[in-house]
Design a binder for this molecule. Sequence first.
Ligand SMILES: Cc1cc2nc3c(=O)[nH]c(=O)nc-3n(C[C@H](O)[C@H](O)[C@H](O)COP(=O)(O)OP(=O)(O)OC[C@H]3O[C@@H](n4cnc5c(N)ncnc54)[C@H](O)[C@@H]3O)c2cc1C
Length: 254
Amino acid sequence: MWNRFPDAILFAGGTEHLHLQGQRLVHLSGMVLFLDKLDDIQKITRTERYLELGAMVRLSTIRSLGKAVPEILVQCLEHLADPYIREIATIGGNIACNGDLNAPFLALDAQYEVRSGASTRWISYSRLFSPKSMLEPQTLLSRIRIPLGQWNYHRYNKFESPIIGDRASVCVIIARIEKDMIVDIRLVITASDRYFRNREHERILAGKHLPISQQDFYSFIDHWKESLSKSDFRSFVQKNIIDFLESNLLELCD
Ligand SMILES: Cc1cc2nc3c(=O)[nH]c(=O)nc-3n(C[C@H](O)[C@H](O)[C@H](O)COP(=O)(O)OP(=O)(O)OC[C@H]3O[C@@H](n4cnc5c(N)ncnc54)[C@H](O)[C@@H]3O)c2cc1C
């Protein structure tokens, strides 16, 4: 279809396309390719190691998969739009428009399958500068694969922006804590088309016994402050992120 109609756009649930279009007749530019009838990208597969979701899986369906879904993803879904939008919106559409789900997917080291007319390839999310960068023109996001880790600590927050047109910032922390030791920890912040994850910062806490010492806690926070000050996150976003980290990680301190 893209060979015949190079400017055609993809339409999944349509909630982003129609967002902020309050008038009676909605506007969609050019030819629209409706993905609803493509069975291949509606499937859900679960193995012992991962959960795989077709791009056209509705957000409400993910929620109904119960324990198969990582808790941090559940928390993020609960704060995404409202139940009516979640009935219609799809996972592929959310990722493609830099939606909230990119934060948990990045933390969980998810992978995406993207297809163009010529090729099909898997991309590790963590390799991308921004989620949108994987979707070149005439590319279909077809599946997402989420590794099922043993995460037993999850913290989530979302900050709406006072600036019109800015997307909310989403902050997530996941960790695996065993016998009072932080075996693995990941922290991800997304805001509009930018995200932040720093494995060196994570290593300050990984391997540490609980409670975390004051020294490790402040070293961790100082590293984040320094990195954020060099980032292009807005200053109020930086402040919200630090508040989020401090308030959540303090509960792990002595
Ligand atoms: C009232 C309201 C509240 C909202 N609140 C939130 C919120 O809290 N958090 C949030 O993240 N979003 C929010 N949204 C935005 C949007 O609804 C969601 O991000 C939704 O998940 C988009 O999915 P969709 O299937 O409706 O995408 P669509 O509108 O169909 O498509 C969105 C974009 O993705 C592209 N696309 C869709 N599927 C694919 C695919 N498989 N491969 C490649 N490109 C694709 C489309 O071409 C389009 O550019 C809100 C929208 C509304 C209307």
